[in-house]
Design a protein around this ligand. Structure first.
Ligand code: NAD
Length: 263
């Protein structure tokens, strides 16, 4: 884990009870951030927050379905009531549903866009309001993907939503610029989390190949070294973006993928 002091910055991380979000929250807390663990279920969010507190950090668990406007409004209000402000948002909550376009259920399409796009918009709006109220700078970090830049079969809504986040980040960067509110998208390659572990057998079935072939011939085929990206790799980039001090680094996407996609 990298060490860059966050000096008490208040950091809201959505989808922080598992995988990438959980590691970002742990790394932020380790570096002196006060973290708000926002996730679907309060007990899961609180369990992550408690583990951080047990390790000597400051953390609050909040129940938040990022597609539910009222829960987002209430969750960010609770973060502000507890820690006084929000300095950093990591809009990270996400799921994956894979299918061919011709087999995709409309409700699954809408669910994917709601979590990835509505969730990013609602959490951004509430956190930016707090920054604007205080006339303070901040960092809005959106969790994109290599699929913010390229497409894969079976992933139409995921690819569409992850591309859309680039537009949102650039708009946040323009509107937030005068106050020093920076916005960037992190674009990881494949990371072994529950989200990816679920896809391996699903893709094997859909393409009629073995799980090992899904990993080697699909997921890691175009990396420079055949390696998965790790939660620590992504958390270190999130730490850098949270601590970065000026608008020099805004409106960008940072690809963390073992060279799978080079821009
Ligand atoms: P994960 O399944 O380990 O964790 C996702 C978390 O999001 C879970 O805790 C889940 O409860 C939460 N969540 C789901 N729906 C939610 C909602 N509506 N409101 C609030 N929380 C919700 O997944 P992960 O791999 O850590 O993925 C995190 C993010 O990283 C996602 O946006 C994903 O698209 C992105 N990403 C993952 C990979 C990868 O390979 N794992 C690669 C690129 C991008």
């Amino acid at each position: 884990m990298m060490n860059i002091p966050l000096n008490g910055k208040v950091c809201v991380v959505t989808g922080a009870a598992s995988g990438i979000g959980k590691r970002i929250a742990e790394v932020y807390a380790h570096n002196g951030g006060k973290v708000v663990i926002a996730d679907l279920k309060l007990d899961a969010a609180e369990a992550t927050a408690q583990a951080i507190r047990d390790a000597g950090g400051e953390a609050l668990g909040v129940e938040m379905d990022v597609t539910n406007e009222q829960q987002v409004v209430d969750g960010i209000a609770k973060a502000v009531a507890t820690f006084g402000q929000v300095d950093v948002l990591v809009s990270n909550a996400g799921i994956q549903i894979i299918n061919k376009i011709t087999d995709f259920k409309f409700e699954d399409w809408k669910k994917m866009l709601a979590i990835h796009l509505d969730g990013a918009f609602l959490t951004t709006r509430e956190c930016m309001k707090d920054m604007e109220r205080r006339k303070a700078p901040g960092a809005i970090i959106l969790m994109g993907s290599v699929h913010s830049h390229l497409a894969s079969p079976l992933k139409a809504p995921y690819v569409t939503a992850k591309h859309g986040l680039l537009g949102l980040a650039r708009t946040i960067a323009k509107e937030g610029g005068p106050l020093g509110i920076r916005s960037n998208v992190i674009c990881p390659g494949f990371v072994r989390t529950p989200l990816v572990d679920k896809q391996i057998p699903e893709q094997a079935k859909e393409f009629g190949i073995s799980e090992d072939e899904v990993i080697k011939k699909i997921m890691l085929k175009d990396t420079v070294d055949g390696e998965f990206t790790t939660v620590d790799d992504v958390a270190n980039v999130a730490l850098t973006l949270a601590a970065f001090e000026t608008n020099a680094l805004t409106g960008q996407s940072i690809v963390v993928s073992h060279g799978w996609f080079m821009q």
